[in-house]
Write a protein that binds this ligand. Structure first.
Ligand code: TXA
Ligand code: MG
Length: 351
């Protein structure tokens, strides 16, 4: 793997004519040389490369240390880029695009002839989305090619929601990071498979089941059984890997504040340094060595937004063990709990 002096390329997304911005042009020049760079999207930062180039895709997998059987999402800025990328679009898939694009919805479709085999990890389908972020759209448009982009973290780490997070993980491994500030949604896009008129959620994310049902019709949206049932392989290869893990062991606690505090007290009496992942409402309720809030419990969107930043923050605190609260599995809470369960490697203590 080549080594680079990783540069930061700040861009203010409210500026006009972003496509002519020197840092956007710089990013697109690297893309056109089949190198990979990081870009902001509305969900998390992505590690972007030319989706038509085997070299670029190889570099993405190398820079992240990603297992090669885990396919990538292809990002487009214009519907005309679907040409050659996918071989067909069902009526329901079209409706989903019309409603949710640009936005945090990735649609898995039959693959076309003009996409690197490495992108799809040999599958007959390709995952596509149009991000709702001016800078991401400008980089794609300036490059003139669809961009394959996984989250710009080292494989297994929490996804990056700021340029600083990307820098921590990938410095020296990529030429640059387009810095557009913090991302908005905070958790990755919802990945759906859409063959015929049935929509299957392969990864919960920014767009909820309820929102999808409004467009696809009642009873037409199902969740991949492999997400909940350990005996069944998930349909999305990425969902089988450990993910989003902080450095210290992390356990979820499904119980009262008092129950969680008792668990913490016991460990601290044994001499361990303990962290707690909670929300703003309860920061001052707990006693521990490091208490970190992720947003407000009363507004789950803010929890999604701050979740990865909070998980990363524990790494600087030097705690030996982290306990985390659980959230109701409704709306964006489904995505939050999916990420927390992965992050905790499925470890959950019930009161
Ligand atoms: O919000 C997002 O989706 C971010 C930003 C950068 O766009 N990207 C992202 O990419 O989360 P990544 O690579 O971290 O996750 C892609 C997920 C993986 O779980 C992968 O297995 C799944 O999408 N995937 C990709 N292609 C697929 C396919 N053809 N069939 C099923 N799952 C697929
Ligand atoms: Mg990822």
């Amino acid at each position: 793997m080549k080594s680079f002096q990783t540069e930061r390329w700040p861009v203010d997304k409210t500026e006009n004519t972003l496509e002519n911005h020197p840092h956007i042009i710089q990013a697109s020049l690297w893309i056109n040389k089949n190198e990979v760079i990081a870009i902001p999207t509305e969900t998390v930062y992505g590690l972007a490369g030319n989706a038509r180039s085997d070299d670029a895709i190889k570099r993405i997998f190398e820079a992240k240390g990603r297992p090669s059987d885990n396919p990538l999402i292809v990002h487009i800025s214009d519907l005309s880029q679907l040409e050659g990328l996918v071989s067909s679009v069902s009526e329901t898939a079209q409706k989903l695009m019309n409603t949710f694009w640009p936005g945090p919805l990735t649609i898995v479709l039959p693959k076309g002839e003009n996409v690197s085999e490495r992108v799809t990890a040999g599958l007959s389908t390709v995952a596509v989305r149009m991000p709702d972020h001016e800078i991401a759209l400008a980089v794609i448009a300036a490059s003139g090619v669809p961009l394959a982009a996984p989250s710009a973290n080292l494989s297994g780490k929490p996804s990056p929601t700021s340029a600083q997070h990307v820098y921590e993980d990938l410095k020296g491994r990529i030429p640059g990071i387009v810095d557009g500030g913090s991302t908005g949604v905070g958790v990755e896009s919802t990945v759906v498979e859409c063959t015929g008129d049935l929509v299957t959620i392969l990864r919960p994310g920014g767009i909820t089941l309820e929102e999808l049902e409004k467009i696809a019709g009642a009873g037409r949206v199902v969740v991949d059984p492999g997400l909940e049932n350990e005996k069944q392989a998930p349909k999305s290869p990425g969902m089988k890997y450990t993910h989003y893990a902080p450095d210290a062991p992390f356990v979820l606690v499904d119980g009262s504040v008092e129950f969680l505090q008792r668990l913490v007290d016991k460990e601290r009496e044994a001499g361990k340094r303990i962290g707690i992942l909670t929300t703003e409402e309860r920061v001052h309720v707990y006693k521990a060595d490091c208490v970190i809030p992720a947003g407000n419990r009363s507004n789950p969107e803010t929890v999604a937004q701050h979740l990865y930043q909070a998980l990363r923050a524990f790494n600087e605190s030097g705690v030996d063990q982290i306990f985390g609260e659980v959230f109701p599995k409704t709306g964006v809470g489904v995505a939050i709990m999916n990420r927390l369960e992965k992050s905790a490697g499925g470890n959950i203590i019930k009161e």
